[in-house]
Structures are given as C-alpha cells and as structure tokens.
Design a protein around this ligand. Structure first.
Ligand SMILES: Cc1cc2nc3c(=O)[nH]c(=O)nc-3n(C[C@H](O)[C@H](O)[C@H](O)COP(=O)(O)OP(=O)(O)OC[C@H]3O[C@@H](n4cnc5c(N)ncnc54)[C@H](O)[C@@H]3O)c2cc1C
Length: 377
C-alpha cells in the first residue's frame, strides 16, 4: 500500500496539468497511467504541433501566461490558435512531465486503475495488476473514448459511476461522417463550402440542426474537414432518426445567380462547374445533373449525402458526453464524493476544432490541481 496526498488517474493533458499544479503547492502526488508512457495523445495533437488554446477559448490568456511563466513555453498565434513556438507537442509534454517531477510528483506508467473507493478517511485506488494506493484526494483525468489507440477506452466512466456520478452517453465528436453514397469518385477532393447537418424524425421533413463554413474533404468512405468535424458531435443516430449532410459549394451566391452563371459558362466556354470547383467534383455533379445548368446549380447549392454515422472512436478527436458539468463545482470538485475532482474530456464538454479541447483539459486540470490541497493522511 503506497500513501500520498493526491492520486491523479491518467497522465494526459488534464492529469499532467493537475499533478503539476498540486505538486507545486507541496502536495505529495502520484499519477497513475495505464499506458507505458505519459502524454501519448498529447504528443499527437495538432498533427504533432499541439494547438493548445484559442484566443476565443475561456481563460486562454491565463493559460498562455501559465505556459510562459511556469513551463517556459512561448506561444505563437496563427488565426487565433495558440501553439508552442517550437510547433512541437513534445515541448509541452516534456515541460509538464519535467516540471511535475521537479516538484516531487511521481508518474507510474503501466498502472491501469480499475477501482477507486472511499471511506470517510481516504481513497483506496487499485490497479489491474493488484497494486493498492491510499490518498486523501483523487483527481479523475482518464479522458473519454476518443483516440482509443492512445489508451482511452472509457475506463473513467465506470470509475465515476461507482463514485455516485451519472454519465451522459459518450458519442464520437470531431470526427468524419460516413455516408451511404459511393464517394470513391470524390476521394481526395478538398473544397471550401458551407455544410449543413439536417435531421428528420419518424419520416418527417428534414430540418437544419447546425451549419459550419470551411474546408470539406472527401475520402473513399467519409466526408471530413474541420467544418464537417465540428458538426459530427451533433449526430445522434437512433431508430426513427435520419441525418443528412448538405453541402453548399457556393454559399456566396443565390441559386438563381448560380444557374444564370452556369448556363452562361456553358454557352460561352463549353464548361459549367469545371474551373470553379475541383475537377473531380465538377464531373461528379455534372454527370448526375446530366449537364443541365439548372440541375447542376441546384446540386452545387445542395450536394446531399445520407449520413450513416461517424468513423468512430479511433478517428474521433474528442468525446461528446461524459460526467455532467452540473455534478462538479467551479473547481471541478465532485458534488457526489468528497475530495474527488473530475477534469478534462471525462466531463461532458466538447469544443470545436482549434485548441478549445486542450484549453479545457489544461484549464480544468490546473484548477483542480490548485484547489485539491489536502491535509494529507
Ligand atoms: C489525434 C488527435 C488530435 C487532437 N488535436 C487537438 C488539438 O490540436 N487541439 C485541441 O485542443 N485538442 C486536440 N485533440 C483533443 C485533445 O487531445 C483532448 O481533448 C485532450 O487530450 C483531453 O485531455 P484529457 O487529459 O482529458 O484526456 P487524455 O489526453 O485522453 O488523457 C487521458 C489519460 O488517461 C489514461 N487513462 C485512461 N484510463 C485509465 C485508467 N483506468 N488508469 C490509468 N490511466 C488511464 C489514458 O491512457 C490517457 O493517457 C486531439 C485529439 C486527438 C485524438
């Protein structure tokens, strides 16, 4: 049995931040991580560049300040997104791990936590290989289920439920959408557009659920790109519910304007969409519209795909669902169990692409780590 003040379960972005903050305040901290190394997912974020915050995210200025003052990481901003100046996620992972170890915290890898129980005195944390740890406080930082290849299998939901929390059903978000149509002809196409997610219930008319503008990308089996990924968390397929993705390739033009322009182009230059959108996409639409300008314009304004789901946990960047925010206070302290904190993606928060999710993980982790100061056992 190993004793300490605080056990952090999970050495991802939120767990490392929490351990760092708590250790800096003199707490004896142990971080238990199921993988053979800490920060595996963090290292893969932002294509290895770690887009850790966004100018529009809450407390982003404080986080950028913390990175600079406490970790020695200078941030650079690109279109409102913050990255470490090195553009390497390793900079962030190394600084956190080095910093918390310097402050006296210990990370134990290959330690999958399978049970967390408490009595009035302490928490007992058990790992899969039969080790026991005793602490005054526990910070659950296990992440959700997104990026399953990085060690996220949803363990935290079971641990939280045993500690009297509820869990909003987790679904993959920031993911590509799979479609019923054969997309092989469009494979590799990237185009700027406005994407609409529409939903129909019990065979009724389709109604708009959400829309986003940006780059749309096609693969053989799915439609992706940041704006489609931002819509993916809203898909809740269930019996009687159908979704479709409608892509407007000319959001700046009215249908009548586009129709006029395409028939003019056909008469004058012998082409319609070719030259306005990527060639594969022009051919795809023109073939289906049988070279009719009115039909081509209608399809280019509302290119419609039947959504069959998302690519799944391996492809998703974040989890929608988790422990409701109403079950923790402003310090991310559990309202159901004393001296328990829940942080990061395990909570029911998911942000859009652009640094909002790491910002959340770091913000919640640092806040909990700062407030989880205990008197020890
Ligand atoms: C490929 C990819 C790229 C991304 N890029 C960005 C980006 O650029 N910007 C951005 O804002 N967000 C990005 N995200 C999202 C972001 O990485 C997550 O929101 C963030 O890492 C969540 O932090 P977390 O600490 O809550 O969970 P995680 O980082 O998932 O960490 C949880 C840790 O807990 C461990 N664990 C789980 N169960 C147990 C257990 N039972 N016992 C012990 N340990 C356990 C896991 O192994 C893991 O190490 C990306 C996600 C992916 C998958």
């Amino acid at each position: 049995m190993i004793n300490c003040d605080i056990i952090v379960v999970g050495a991802g972005a939120s767990g490392l931040a929490a351990a760092f903050a708590a250790a800096q305040r003199g707490q004896r901290v142990i971080v238990l991580e199921r993988n053979d190394a800490p920060a595996k997912k963090l290292l893969a974020t932002g294509n290895g560049r770690c887009n850790f915050s966004n100018r529009k995210a809450m407390f982003s200025a404080e986080l950028v300040g913390f990175f600079s003052e406490c970790l020695g990481i200078e941030a650079v901003e690109e279109d409102g997104r913050f990255y470490p100046r090195s553009f390497e996620a390793k900079t962030v992972a190394d600084a956190l791990v080095g910093g918390l170890e310097m402050a006296g915290a210990q990370i134990i890898c290959g330690a999958r936590v399978v049970s967390v129980s408490n009595n009035e005195m302490a928490y007992t944390v058990r790992t899969e290989d039969g080790r026991f740890f005793l602490s005054k406080a526990v910070i659950l930082a296990t992440g959700g289920k997104a990026g399953i290849q990085f060690g996220c299998y949803g363990d935290g939901y079971k641990l939280a439920e045993k500690l009297r929390h509820s869990v909003v059903k987790p679904v993959p978000a920031l993911d590509a959408l799979t479609c019923a149509e054969d997309l092989s002809q469009l494979h590799g196409v990237r185009v700027r557009a406005k994407a609409f997610l529409q939903r129909s219930q019990d065979g009724g008319a389709f109604e708009e659920t959400a829309s986003e503008e940006g780059e749309v990308q096609f693969t053989k089996t799915a439609v992706s790109g940041i704006c489609v990924m931002d819509l993916s968390g809203k898909v809740r397929l269930a019996e009687g519910t159908a979704y479709r993705l409608v892509i407007d390739l000319f959001p700046e033009k009215k249908l009548s304007e586009l129709e006029y322009s395409l028939s003019y182009r056909q008469r004058m230059f012998g082409v319609m969409l070719k030259g306005l959108v990527p060639e594969k996409l022009a051919q795809y639409i023109e073939n289906r519209a049988e070279k009719d300008p009115a039909a081509c314009a209608a399809m280019a304004k509302a290119l419609t795909f039947t959504v069959t789901g998302t690519k799944g946990w391996k492809n998703a960047q974040v989890t929608c669902g988790g422990v409701p925010l109403s079950e923790v206070d402003g310090m991310f302290r559990s309202k159901a169990s004393d001296e328990l904190y829940i942080v990061g993606e395990l909570l029911d928060y998911d942000g859009p692409c652009g640094g909002f999710n790491l910002n959340w993980a770091f913000h919640t982790g640092l806040t909990a780590g700062m407030f989880a100061v205990t008197e020890g056992l």
